[in-house]
Write a protein that binds this ligand. Structure first.
Ligand code: PEP
Length: 258
Protein backbone atom coordinates (compact mmCIF):
# COMPACT_ATOMS: atom_id res chain seq x y z
CA UNK A 1 0.00 0.00 0.00
CA UNK A 2 1.24 3.51 -0.82
CA UNK A 3 2.55 5.62 2.05
CA UNK A 4 0.55 8.79 2.23
CA UNK A 5 2.03 11.77 4.05
CA UNK A 6 -0.74 13.40 6.07
CA UNK A 7 -1.85 16.89 5.08
CA UNK A 8 -3.27 19.19 7.73
CA UNK A 9 -4.95 22.22 6.19
CA UNK A 10 -6.23 25.34 7.90
CA UNK A 11 -9.24 26.93 6.21
CA UNK A 12 -9.51 30.46 7.58
CA UNK A 13 -12.76 31.15 5.71
CA UNK A 14 -13.69 34.88 5.78
CA UNK A 15 -11.57 35.71 8.81
CA UNK A 16 -8.44 37.80 9.47
CA UNK A 17 -7.19 40.83 7.55
CA UNK A 18 -3.66 40.78 6.16
CA UNK A 19 -2.10 42.24 9.34
CA UNK A 20 -3.79 39.60 11.49
CA UNK A 21 -2.84 36.95 8.96
CA UNK A 22 0.87 37.79 9.24
CA UNK A 23 0.69 37.65 13.04
CA UNK A 24 -1.00 34.25 12.98
CA UNK A 25 1.54 32.78 10.55
CA UNK A 26 4.47 34.03 12.61
CA UNK A 27 2.98 32.73 15.84
CA UNK A 28 2.27 29.37 14.18
CA UNK A 29 5.83 29.08 12.90
CA UNK A 30 7.22 29.59 16.44
CA UNK A 31 5.03 26.73 17.66
CA UNK A 32 6.22 24.18 15.11
CA UNK A 33 9.45 22.19 15.02
CA UNK A 34 11.30 20.68 12.07
CA UNK A 35 10.08 17.23 13.18
CA UNK A 36 6.46 18.37 12.97
CA UNK A 37 6.88 19.56 9.41
CA UNK A 38 8.90 16.49 8.41
CA UNK A 39 6.08 14.23 9.53
CA UNK A 40 3.12 16.17 8.22
CA UNK A 41 2.43 18.48 5.27
CA UNK A 42 0.72 21.67 6.39
CA UNK A 43 -1.23 24.18 4.32
CA UNK A 44 -3.00 27.39 5.25
CA UNK A 45 -5.84 28.89 3.22
CA UNK A 46 -6.25 32.59 3.95
CA UNK A 47 -8.76 34.91 2.25
CA UNK A 48 -7.58 36.15 -1.17
CA UNK A 49 -6.68 39.60 0.19
CA UNK A 50 -4.15 38.04 2.60
CA UNK A 51 -2.41 35.69 0.19
CA UNK A 52 0.34 38.03 -1.03
CA UNK A 53 1.22 39.10 2.53
CA UNK A 54 1.26 35.51 3.78
CA UNK A 55 3.38 34.41 0.80
CA UNK A 56 5.92 37.12 1.61
CA UNK A 57 6.23 36.02 5.25
CA UNK A 58 6.41 32.30 4.43
CA UNK A 59 9.13 32.87 1.85
CA UNK A 60 11.13 35.53 3.72
CA UNK A 61 11.22 33.49 6.93
CA UNK A 62 11.54 30.15 5.07
CA UNK A 63 8.53 28.71 6.89
CA UNK A 64 7.80 25.25 5.42
CA UNK A 65 4.04 25.68 5.31
CA UNK A 66 2.29 25.47 1.94
CA UNK A 67 0.12 28.32 0.81
CA UNK A 68 -3.43 27.49 -0.12
CA UNK A 69 -6.55 29.22 -1.42
CA UNK A 70 -10.18 28.61 -0.55
CA UNK A 71 -11.60 28.82 -4.05
CA UNK A 72 -10.97 29.97 -7.61
CA UNK A 73 -12.77 30.28 -10.93
CA UNK A 74 -12.25 27.76 -13.72
CA UNK A 75 -11.73 30.26 -16.53
CA UNK A 76 -8.29 31.58 -17.41
CA UNK A 77 -9.35 35.24 -17.62
CA UNK A 78 -12.18 37.48 -18.76
CA UNK A 79 -15.38 39.18 -17.71
CA UNK A 80 -15.98 37.39 -14.40
CA UNK A 81 -16.32 40.27 -11.94
CA UNK A 82 -15.08 39.38 -8.48
CA UNK A 83 -13.50 36.08 -9.48
CA UNK A 84 -9.88 34.90 -9.32
CA UNK A 85 -8.19 32.81 -12.01
CA UNK A 86 -6.08 29.74 -11.08
CA UNK A 87 -3.00 31.21 -12.79
CA UNK A 88 -3.21 34.28 -10.49
CA UNK A 89 -2.95 31.97 -7.50
CA UNK A 90 -0.17 29.90 -9.04
CA UNK A 91 1.81 33.11 -9.58
CA UNK A 92 1.65 33.68 -5.80
CA UNK A 93 3.10 30.20 -5.24
CA UNK A 94 -0.20 28.80 -4.04
CA UNK A 95 0.05 24.99 -3.87
CA UNK A 96 -3.41 23.79 -2.81
CA UNK A 97 -6.84 25.12 -3.73
CA UNK A 98 -10.01 23.97 -1.97
CA UNK A 99 -13.00 23.45 -4.23
CA UNK A 100 -16.53 22.35 -3.49
CA UNK A 101 -16.47 23.33 0.19
CA UNK A 102 -19.98 22.76 1.57
CA UNK A 103 -20.33 26.47 2.41
CA UNK A 104 -19.77 27.32 -1.24
CA UNK A 105 -22.08 24.54 -2.37
CA UNK A 106 -24.83 25.60 0.05
CA UNK A 107 -24.43 29.38 0.09
CA UNK A 108 -23.04 30.14 -3.38
CA UNK A 109 -24.76 27.41 -5.40
CA UNK A 110 -21.56 25.60 -6.38
CA UNK A 111 -22.53 22.43 -8.27
CA UNK A 112 -20.64 19.20 -8.95
CA UNK A 113 -20.20 20.40 -12.53
CA UNK A 114 -18.55 23.62 -11.33
CA UNK A 115 -16.36 21.66 -8.93
CA UNK A 116 -15.33 19.44 -11.82
CA UNK A 117 -14.32 22.43 -13.97
CA UNK A 118 -12.39 23.90 -11.05
CA UNK A 119 -10.44 20.68 -10.43
CA UNK A 120 -9.39 20.60 -14.09
CA UNK A 121 -8.43 24.30 -14.08
CA UNK A 122 -6.47 23.99 -10.81
CA UNK A 123 -4.59 20.99 -12.18
CA UNK A 124 -3.85 22.77 -15.45
CA UNK A 125 -2.35 25.63 -13.45
CA UNK A 126 -0.08 23.06 -11.73
CA UNK A 127 -1.66 23.31 -8.30
CA UNK A 128 -3.34 20.57 -6.25
CA UNK A 129 -7.08 20.51 -5.74
CA UNK A 130 -8.56 19.70 -2.36
CA UNK A 131 -12.04 18.55 -3.33
CA UNK A 132 -14.52 18.69 -0.47
CA UNK A 133 -17.49 16.34 -0.25
CA UNK A 134 -19.91 15.36 2.48
CA UNK A 135 -23.51 14.74 3.42
CA UNK A 136 -26.13 16.66 5.39
CA UNK A 137 -27.60 15.28 8.61
CA UNK A 138 -30.88 14.53 6.78
CA UNK A 139 -29.01 12.50 4.16
CA UNK A 140 -27.14 10.60 6.87
CA UNK A 141 -30.33 9.84 8.76
CA UNK A 142 -32.02 8.73 5.53
CA UNK A 143 -29.18 6.28 4.82
CA UNK A 144 -28.09 8.23 1.74
CA UNK A 145 -24.42 8.79 2.59
CA UNK A 146 -23.10 6.31 0.04
CA UNK A 147 -25.31 7.42 -2.86
CA UNK A 148 -24.66 11.11 -2.14
CA UNK A 149 -20.87 10.73 -1.93
CA UNK A 150 -20.82 8.50 -5.01
CA UNK A 151 -22.66 11.20 -6.98
CA UNK A 152 -20.40 13.99 -5.69
CA UNK A 153 -17.26 12.01 -6.55
CA UNK A 154 -18.47 10.65 -9.90
CA UNK A 155 -19.63 14.04 -11.16
CA UNK A 156 -16.86 16.05 -9.48
CA UNK A 157 -14.12 13.84 -10.92
CA UNK A 158 -15.68 13.20 -14.37
CA UNK A 159 -12.93 13.27 -16.99
CA UNK A 160 -10.19 13.92 -14.41
CA UNK A 161 -7.23 11.66 -15.17
CA UNK A 162 -6.17 8.91 -12.79
CA UNK A 163 -2.71 10.41 -12.17
CA UNK A 164 -4.32 13.74 -11.21
CA UNK A 165 -6.66 12.03 -8.77
CA UNK A 166 -3.75 10.01 -7.35
CA UNK A 167 -1.94 13.21 -6.39
CA UNK A 168 -4.93 15.26 -5.28
CA UNK A 169 -6.71 15.50 -1.95
CA UNK A 170 -10.31 14.69 -1.11
CA UNK A 171 -11.71 16.22 2.06
CA UNK A 172 -14.60 14.28 3.52
CA UNK A 173 -16.55 16.78 5.58
CA UNK A 174 -19.93 15.78 7.00
CA UNK A 175 -21.87 19.05 6.83
CA UNK A 176 -23.46 18.47 10.23
CA UNK A 177 -19.98 18.49 11.80
CA UNK A 178 -18.67 21.71 10.22
CA UNK A 179 -18.45 24.59 12.68
CA UNK A 180 -20.92 22.87 15.00
CA UNK A 181 -18.54 21.50 17.60
CA UNK A 182 -19.91 18.03 16.79
CA UNK A 183 -17.19 15.75 15.41
CA UNK A 184 -17.92 12.44 13.69
CA UNK A 185 -16.72 9.57 15.85
CA UNK A 186 -13.34 8.25 14.67
CA UNK A 187 -15.11 5.03 13.63
CA UNK A 188 -17.75 6.85 11.55
CA UNK A 189 -15.12 9.12 10.00
CA UNK A 190 -12.96 6.08 9.16
CA UNK A 191 -15.88 4.15 7.67
CA UNK A 192 -16.86 7.04 5.43
CA UNK A 193 -13.29 7.85 4.37
CA UNK A 194 -12.89 4.15 3.52
CA UNK A 195 -16.06 4.41 1.44
CA UNK A 196 -14.61 7.45 -0.37
CA UNK A 197 -11.44 5.47 -1.13
CA UNK A 198 -13.48 2.50 -2.37
CA UNK A 199 -15.46 4.83 -4.64
CA UNK A 200 -12.20 6.16 -6.10
CA UNK A 201 -11.09 2.56 -6.65
CA UNK A 202 -14.36 1.78 -8.45
CA UNK A 203 -14.06 4.91 -10.60
CA UNK A 204 -10.33 4.40 -11.32
CA UNK A 205 -8.21 1.60 -9.90
CA UNK A 206 -6.59 0.41 -6.66
CA UNK A 207 -3.32 2.27 -7.22
CA UNK A 208 -5.17 5.58 -7.56
CA UNK A 209 -7.28 4.86 -4.48
CA UNK A 210 -4.18 3.90 -2.48
CA UNK A 211 -2.44 7.11 -3.44
CA UNK A 212 -5.14 9.80 -3.06
CA UNK A 213 -5.02 11.60 0.28
CA UNK A 214 -8.32 11.73 2.13
CA UNK A 215 -8.76 14.35 4.83
CA UNK A 216 -11.47 14.40 7.45
CA UNK A 217 -13.01 17.77 8.29
CA UNK A 218 -15.63 18.84 10.80
CA UNK A 219 -14.87 20.44 14.16
CA UNK A 220 -11.39 18.88 14.42
CA UNK A 221 -9.70 20.14 17.61
CA UNK A 222 -6.43 19.33 19.40
CA UNK A 223 -8.34 16.87 21.60
CA UNK A 224 -9.97 14.95 18.74
CA UNK A 225 -7.16 15.08 16.15
CA UNK A 226 -5.03 12.17 17.51
CA UNK A 227 -7.76 9.52 17.33
CA UNK A 228 -9.10 10.75 13.99
CA UNK A 229 -5.62 10.85 12.50
CA UNK A 230 -4.81 7.32 13.67
CA UNK A 231 -7.51 5.85 11.40
CA UNK A 232 -6.07 3.96 8.42
CA UNK A 233 -8.05 5.80 5.72
CA UNK A 234 -7.70 9.30 7.20
CA UNK A 235 -4.66 11.08 5.78
CA UNK A 236 -5.07 14.49 7.31
CA UNK A 237 -7.58 17.08 8.34
CA UNK A 238 -9.26 20.16 6.93
CA UNK A 239 -9.67 22.44 9.90
CA UNK A 240 -11.74 25.63 10.17
CA UNK A 241 -12.30 27.11 13.63
CA UNK A 242 -9.24 25.59 15.32
CA UNK A 243 -6.97 26.89 12.53
CA UNK A 244 -7.65 30.48 13.65
CA UNK A 245 -5.68 29.87 16.84
CA UNK A 246 -1.94 29.35 16.28
CA UNK A 247 -1.75 27.24 19.42
CA UNK A 248 -4.72 24.99 18.59
CA UNK A 249 -3.66 24.55 14.97
CA UNK A 250 -0.09 23.69 16.02
CA UNK A 251 -1.46 21.17 18.51
CA UNK A 252 -3.58 19.56 15.77
CA UNK A 253 -0.45 19.32 13.59
CA UNK A 254 1.38 17.72 16.53
CA UNK A 255 -1.33 15.05 16.96
CA UNK A 256 1.36 12.34 17.08
CA UNK A 257 2.73 13.71 20.34
CA UNK A 258 -0.61 13.76 22.15
C1 PEP B 1 -14.03 23.60 7.43
O1 PEP B 1 -13.90 24.81 7.34
O2 PEP B 1 -13.90 22.93 6.42
C2 PEP B 1 -14.27 23.02 8.74
C3 PEP B 1 -14.22 21.71 8.86
O3 PEP B 1 -14.55 23.87 9.77
P1 PEP B 1 -14.57 23.49 11.35
O4 PEP B 1 -13.26 22.81 11.65
O5 PEP B 1 -14.71 24.80 12.05
O6 PEP B 1 -15.72 22.57 11.57
Amino acid sequence: MATRKPLISGNWKMNLNHFEAIQLVQKLSYGLTKDDIDAVDVSIHPPFTDIRSVQTVLEADKIPIALGAQNCHWEVKGAFTGEIAPSMLAKLNVTYVICGHSERRELMGETNEMVNKKIKAITKAEMTAIMACGETLEQREAGEVESHLTTQLTEGLAGVKADTVASMVIAYEPIWAIGTGVTATPEDAQDTCKLVRKTVEDLYNKATADSVRIQYGGSVKPGTAPELMSQPDIDGALIGGAALSAEDFAHCIQYRLR
